[in-house]
Write a protein that binds this ligand. Structure first.
Ligand SMILES: NC(=O)c1ccc[n+]([C@@H]2O[C@H](COP(=O)([O-])OP(=O)(O)OC[C@H]3O[C@@H](n4cnc5c(N)ncnc54)[C@H](O)[C@@H]3O)[C@@H](O)[C@H]2O)c1
Length: 248
């Protein structure tokens, strides 16, 4: 088992990708702490090495407390996988309020800063670690009407590269994973309420992937498994596309 005894924190663990990633890492022998604003999507995971925590990732005090608890209980934090996020339904910029922009940037980008800040301080004490931040293929291949979402994910990519160079002397690796259109409850949320603004059906999304299928949460779990593993010990500051060729 590739992750025996490792301690990983996963945000968005109640979502389509997050719950699959948690399950995969548990199968590989890891101890996993799953964080989500709702525990509902984690109820099917029953494993003695799994702990679920309800938290809003924008609550800085709660995030600090959670990482402290994990460190005190397990004595280390080997990895952080930031998967939590929210979508934007396709809309022209004229319809985007400042509140909406701030909400998307907050959950998709600022929360990644808050969790990474805590993880880095504990990883330094433990001699290193690995952080994976989930972005989106839309950073490389934008669609119309998703300007706020794409900006938030672009921030995640730039932040991750910056943290990779900062963390390298402490053996902390930071990488980005860009999924393509994936079969989770989030996918239909990208479609437009107003069809003329560029909303897409499931069939449109599938056809936009050169390999001809939607990305499955298991595809994301395999990539996370690799990036966290010692097999990727010289991989940092990179962006791995799991998008079926959508970025081409
Ligand atoms: N599904 C896609 O097509 C797709 C494509 C590219 C990128 N992504 C990205 O992949 C990641 C996972 O998406 P998914 O498809 O599994 O979606 P999902 O909606 O199934 O999961 C997202 C999870 O994040 C949690 N979350 C949202 N706000 C939170 C907050 N403030 N605090 C704590 N938890 C919060 C939600 O409760 C949910 O469980 C997201 O970052 C998303 O932007 C998804």
């Amino acid at each position: 088992m590739n992750h025996q005894g490792k301690v990983y924190v996963i945000t968005g663990a109640g979502g389509g990708m997050g719950s699959e990633v948690a399950s995969k890492l548990l199968t590989e022998g890891a101890k996993v702490v799953g964080i989500d604003i709702s525990l509902d999507g984690m109820s099917h995971i029953s494993d003695d090495n799994f702990r679920k925590e309800e938290a809003n990732l924008l609550d800085e005090a709660r995030v600090k407390e959670l990482f402290k608890q994990v460190y005190e209980e397990f004595g280390k934090i080997d990895g952080l996988v930031n998967i939590a996020g929210i979508a934007q339904s396709s809309m022209p910029i004229s319809d985007v309020s400042l509140d909406f922009w701030n909400k998307v940037i907050g959950i998709n980008a600022t929360a990644v800063f808050l969790t990474s800040k805590e993880a880095v301080s504990y990883m330094k004490k433990g001699g290193g670690g690995s952080i994976i931040n989930v972005g989106s293929v839309s950073v490389a291949r934008p669609r119309p009407g998703l300007q706020s979402y794409i900006a938030s994910k672009g921030a995640v990519e730039a932040f991750s590269r910056a943290l990779a160079i900062e963390g390298a002397p402490d053996n902390i690796r930071v990488n980005v994973l860009h999924p393509g259109p994936a079969e989770t409850k989030m996918l239909p949320q990208f479609s437009s309420e107003k069809q003329q603004a560029g909303g897409l059906s499931r069939k449109d999304f599938t056809q936009s992937v050169p390999l001809g299928n939607l990305i499955q949460p298991t595809d994301i779990a395999e990539a996370v498994h690799y990036l966290l593993s010692d097999g990727a010990k010289m991989v940092t500051g990179t962006t791995l596309h799991v998008d079926g060729g959508r970025s081409l």
